[in-house]
Write a protein that binds this ligand. Sequence first.
Ligand code: PEP
Ligand code: MN
Length: 354
Amino acid sequence: MNIQPIIKKDGPIVIAGPCSAESEQQVMDTAKALAKQNIDLFRAGIWKPRTRPNSFEGVGTIGLKWLKQVKQETGLKTTTEVAKTMHVFEALKYGVDVLWLGARTTVNPFAVQEVADALKGVDIPVLVKNPINPDLKLWMGAIERIYNAGITRIGVIHRGFSFFGDSNYRNVPRWQIPIDLKSQFPDIQIICDNSHICGRRDTLQAVAQKAFDLNFDGVMTEVHPNPDEAWSDAKQQITPDRFQELMNAIVLRQTSTDSAAFHNSMEHLRSEINELDSELWDLLGRRMAVADRIGTYKRDNNIAILQEHRWQEILGAALGKAGKTGLSEDFITNVYKAIHQESIDRQESVMNAS
Ligand code: PEP
Ligand code: MN
């Protein structure tokens, strides 16, 4: 695959604008304020995929006239979400510069293919948001469908994943998934949509910084002149002034250095990590071998695999060590759940071996 940048630039790619276009005034006010900040792309949703009906579903085609006006009056390039053929044709007709596929579209190969078919023979950059669920292959598949339609300028937007349970995030980031995507498509530019990851204003800065620390290529943030009054995603939108403060506070770190001293120290630290990792894997292997023996013993005595009180007991004991080890409770729980699951799988195969 020969994927090209959606925007050629040394510094970070900055995409900002309201969740939804609401009125000519709101669109123009936001764009004029953002044009002063040298952003790369002005975003606004024209058709909004809403989880439940009877929510605001976007202004539709009239909003494309406002985006055209943004371009004419501020010089800013524009981007909007497309989910079906009609959206693609209308957006192209009004000169939208970059298209994006939303999380609810990426999740559906039929919809992605419909957009890809509508794009055949068109040369326009396309950004593919991650699917709602944490499925790397679905994300890759959407990129491939767009690429197979002849689009070469493709980027991705990481907007987090839906989850079950409590979290400080609206959509949990699961950073390893975009990192894995980057190893599958090394040339693809990755943009962090901190707005949909956070779902609130106070954590936007930290998530954007984290993305840059992970070598992401840019951010997409929802900006509204009067966030509390926004017709969609009010809680996560920020004013243009606040957005400027956020971007000014971002620290960009180098991706590499020629310093020999740095490489030397890194080598030492990395070999320490490698040794510890190798011990970790040995230990885990030994632990699983004991799980196999437990599986055999339970099978011979006809006892069920999952012993809920035992699981609560060992998890509790591990969490009790959080203070001493300096590990967070979240981390301990996640690692332990993975170990426990593997242990159950192993016992299951021992029990059901014929
Ligand atoms: C949006 O960008 O406003 C949007 C609807 O995002 P997502 O597809 O990530 O939910
Ligand atoms: Mn939104």
